[in-house]
Design a protein around this ligand. Sequence first.
Ligand code: UFG
Length: 336
Amino acid sequence: MKKVLVTGGAGYIGSHTVVALVERGYHPIIVDDLRNSSLIILEGLKKLCGDGFSFLSIDICDKNILFSVFEDHGIQAVIHFAAYKSVGESCVVPLRYYQNNLIGLMNVLEACQTFNVQKFVFSSSCTVYGEPNGRQVFENTPKHLPESPYGFTKWMGEQILEDLHRNTQPFNTLCLRYFNPIGAHPSGLIGELPVGIPNNLLPYITQTAAGIREYLTVFGNDYPTPDGTCIRDYIHVCDVAEAHVCALQHEGYVPLDVFNIGTGKGTSVLEMVETFNVVSGRELPYKLGDRRPGDITEIFANVEKSEAELGWKAQRTVEEALRDAWNWEQQLKQHD
Ligand code: UFG
């Protein structure tokens, strides 16, 4: 199973996964229309992987073109990343999110059925837990309704997969529920490329340190946590990438299974700022602000199942992730 189709392979998690796949002897075939990525990432991939991958600039919402890729390349496994991912934007243009994320997914699934693909890995999110009852979530923690159309596209994506498996046994499917991926490849050749003003904490921190933003606003310091700020499970993107290799190597036929991809450890927003100051040697300017609507107080993964059944465990620390994110931000200046 060497040829793997990676939809959205030029995106943030997708590009790091392509590197991990090439390192393990796979040949990823990236399909990506670069709507939310850039040639900078493809150049970085070329430097890291040489000819170890192929790139096709196509929109997976175009079913005919997508089917021709399956026809031409003898695809046996698919890792499906391609999707819009901004929580805030999805509230403004929900139809664009439902159209792109769900039609894209259904086209890929139809192609997998038609061309007898053996394995399908779906990019899901801890957003499917909604506001959990406990702080730590297990894979069988009841799902709650997400807070945004983006979250619903992941929630519905999992539902579509469940329904598909109810009456048929189409292909081995693994849903990976990512917690908060951060960081970049240690080479500084690929990393996160937010479009416009970042919504997520890490790119906001690094852009503030680089002088692009004036200061970070910490969204709320009156939460019931030790320092009053929200707690998340931040995980190095290279660890997330390696989880996909383990998903492909996962033995035996599992009709449909779900895995938490986190570290099992929660970190608060202020702890992230303090750690960033230590690794960067800077003093990040920040202000305490109001809570952001829709934010949950605290969530982190239980990762026992991923360790036991997927044979995967996060190896890198938050410090390493912050160091690599800062390195990437500094490299990006060279492309201005
Ligand atoms: N935060 C700030 N200031 C900022 C940005 C973020 O204080 O400028 C805080 C947020 O309030 C939150 C934490 O930093 O407490 C993390 O926020 P992110 O936006 O980086 O991440 P979220 O946990 O809100 O969102 C992530 C993914 C989503 C996914 C969601 C599931 O980005 O794709 O987890 O909970 F849907």
